[in-house]
Design a protein around this ligand. Structure first.
Ligand code: ATP
Ligand code: MN
Length: 478
C-alpha cells in the first residue's frame, strides 16, 4: 500500500503529535499565522499554524493564495473550532509561487461564466472540486453496480464506420487534405483514399456494437465518450459527452425499465453514502442559489431532499399515449403556454412537456414508453399495433430526459423492412443484421447521459459545469 498523507486522511487521524509532511495549495493565509491548505483530496482545508516569529519574512511573503507548498510539522488537536486537528508547523517549503496580483481564483465568489473561461483552474474552487470528486465517485459506482450484477464492460469503438444512427450530426474523422481532397469521377470526395478506405466518424453511441456483444456475453455495458455535432446550445447538451449503455440479452422492455430504475437508485445511494461532505457543501450552495430565484421558479426541495426522493419513489411508468392525453388536456396547453402545442397524436415531446409531466403532473421521475414509431430510431421493436415501438425515456425533475432506451427489434424481416424504408443500405449494417440471422433473441438496453446524471446529483444547472473541459459549438479551448 502507498503511504497516504492526504489532507483527507490526516483530518481523520487522531491528533497524536506525530510528525507529518503534507503538500497542497494555499487557499488563504491569515494574520501571518494560519494557512488554510487544500490538496483536493477533500473539500475541507487543513489548518497549518505558522510560528511567524521564527519564520523568515521573505518566506512568509511567498505564502499566497494559489502557491504550492510543502509543510512539515506535528499533528495536534486544534484550538480553533471547525476542525479536530491542525498542524503546528516546523518547516515550510514553497514548491511553486503564485502571483496574488494576477491569480484568477481569489478567495471570493466567482461566477460560473467567469470560471468556464478559467476551466484549467476552476477545479481549485470548492464547488468545482466537489463536483469533480462526485463525478469520479459516480463513475466508480457505475462500474461497481454492473460488476456486482454480472455485466461485462465492453470497449466499443470511438471511430465508427457506420453512420446509420447519427446521420447529419456526426463529426467526420479523416486524414484527407481539406483543400485538395481526392475526387471521384463524378466529382465527389473519394473516401476510398482516406485513412480507413471509407467514410468514418466519431461515434454517437456504442449501442449497435454493444448489442452484438450482448448476443454473446448476455449482460454487457459500455461507458465511454460519444460525440454529437448537433447545434443545440442548451444547458443539457454537449458535443462531447459520456454515455453509459447497458445491453441485456433476453430482457424485454419491462426488465429494461427495472434495470434503469435499480441502476439509477444504486448509484445515487452510493454517492449519498460515500460523497457526503461534497454533497452537503453543494446542497448548501443549491439552497442559497434557489433563494435568489423568483418564488415560482424555485425548487421546492433542497438537493439532498431531491436525491432522497428519487431513492424512495417508484418511477411512474406511463405510455406515450397516456402522456399525450395528459399534455393535451393540460392547463399550459389549453392556455397556449407551451412553445410547441400538443394537439396531434404522434408529436415529439419537447423538454417543456417532459418537465411538465415530471415536475407538475406526476411530481416524480417518469418512464415514458411505447412511443410513436416515426419519432424513434429504426432498431426499436415494433408493437403489434404497427404504429408504436417499445421505446422508453426516463425523465427527471430539472433535467428532462436522462435515459433513452428500448427493446430492440429482433425480427430480421421487420428490421430489414424498416432499414430499407429509411433508405439505409442494408449492406452497411450486414454485421448488425447478422445477430438477427444467427441466434436472434429478445434484448434491450438504454443510454444514460453521464453528465445529466452528474447534473442531477450535484444540482449544477449547466451541463458545462459538470465536465472538466466542455465541448460546445464555437468552444474547444483547453
Ligand atoms: P435529447 O432529446 O435530450 O437531445 P436524445 O434523445 O438525442 O436526447 P439519446 O440518443 O436517447 O438522446 O441518448 C441517450 C442519452 O444521452 C439521453 O437520454 C441523454 O441523457 C444523453 N444525451 C443525448 N444527447 C446529449 C448531449 N448532446 N449532451 C449530453 N447528453 C446527451
Ligand atoms: Mn432519446
Amino acid at each position: 500500500m502507498l503511504m497516504n498523507n492526504s489532507i483527507k486522511t490526516l483530518l481523520q487521524t487522531e491528533p497524536n503529535g506525530a510528525k507529518v509532511n503534507v503538500k497542497g495549495w494555499v487557499k488563504t493565509f491569515r494574520a501571518n499565522r494560519f494557512i488554510a491548505l487544500n490538496d483536493g483530496s477533500t473539500i475541507q482545508n487543513l489548518q497549518c499554524v505558522v510560528d511567524f516569529d521564527n519564520t523568515d519574512e521573505e518566506l512568509l511573503k511567498r505564502i499566497t493564495t494559489g502557491a504550492a507548498i510543502s509543510v512539515t510539522g506535528t499533528l495536534e488537536a486544534s484550538q480553533g473550532k471547525g476542525q479536530k486537528v491542525e498542524i503546528q508547523v516546523d518547516k515550510i517549503e514553497v514548491l511553486g509561487d503564485s502571483d496574488p496580483e494576477v491569480y484568477p481564483i481569489q478567495p471570493k465568489k466567482h461566477s460560473f461564466e467567469f470560471l468556464r473561461e478559467q476551466a484549467h483552474l476552476r477545479v481549485r474552487t470548492q464547488t468545482f472540486s466537489a463536483v469533480m470528486r462526485l463525478r469520479s465517485l459516480l463513475s466508480f459506482a457505475i462500474h461497481q453496480y454492473f460488476n456486482e450484477n454480472g455485466f461485462y464492460y465492453v470497449h466499443t469503438p470511438i471511430i465508427t464506420g457506420s453512420d446509420a444512427e447519427g446521420a447529419g450530426e456526426m463529426f467526420r474523422v479523416s486524414t484527407l487534405p481539406l483543400k485538395n481532397a481526392p475526387k471521384t469521377e463524378t466529382g465527389e470526395i473519394d473516401f476510398s483514399e482516406d485513412f480507413f478506405g471509407k467514410e468514418t466518424n466519431l461515434t454517437v453511441s456504442g449501442q449497435l456494437e454493444a448489442e452484438t456483444y450482448a448476443m454473446a456475453l448476455s449482460k454487457v455495458y459500455t461507458f465511454g465518450p460519444t460525440f454529437r455535432a448537433e447545434n443545440s446550445n442548451t444547458a443539457r447538451h454537449l458535443a462531447e459527452f459520456w454515455m453509459v449503455e447497458p445491453e441485456v440479452a433476453f430482457n424485454d422492455l419491462d426488465a429494461n425499465m427495472d434495470l434503469a430504475e435499480d441502476f439509477i437508485q444504486y448509484v445515487i445511494r452510493y454517492v449519498l453514502e460515500h460523497g457526503k461532505e461534497d454533497l452537503e457543501f453543494l446542497n448548501e450552495r443549491f439552497v442559497k442559489e434557489e433563494a435568489t430565484k423568483p418564488q415560482n421558479q424555485r425548487s421546492e426541495w433542497s438537493l439532498l431532499e431531491k436525491l432522497q426522493f428519487v431513492l424512495e419513489s417508484q418511477f411512474k411508468r406511463v405510455s406515450y399515449t397516456e402522456a399525450y392525453e395528459i399534455l393535451r388536456n393540460s392547463k399550459p396547453n389549453k392556455k397556449k403556454k407551451f412553445q410547441f402545442p400538443v394537439n396531434e397524436w404522434g408529436v415529439d415531446l419537447q423538454s417543456e412537456h417532459e418537465r411538465y409531466l415530471v415536475e407538475k403532473h406526476f411530481k416524480s421521475p417518469v418512464i415514458l414508453f411505447d412511443y410513436p414509431a416515426n419519432i424513434k430510431a429504426f432498431y426499436m421493436r415494433l408493437n403489434d399495433d404497427g404504429k408504436t415501438v417499445r421505446a422508453m425515456d426516463v425523465l427527471f425533475p430539472g433535467i428532462g430526459e436522462i435515459v433513452g432506451g428500448s427493446q430492440r427489434e429482433e425480427r430480421l424481416d421487420v428490421l430489414k423492412e424498416k432499414i430499407s424504408k429509411l433508405g439505409i443500405d442494408e449492406k452497411e449494417l450486414w454485421w448488425y443484421l447478422d445477430t438477427r440471422r444467427f441466434g436472434t433473441a429478445v434484448h434491450s438496453g438504454f443510454g444514460l447521459g453521464f453528465e445529466r446524471l452528474v447534473q442531477f446529483v450535484t444540482g449544477m444547472s449547466n451541463i458545462r459545469d459538470v465536465i472538466p473541459y466542455p465541448r460546445t459549438p464555437q468552444n474547444a479551448e483547453f
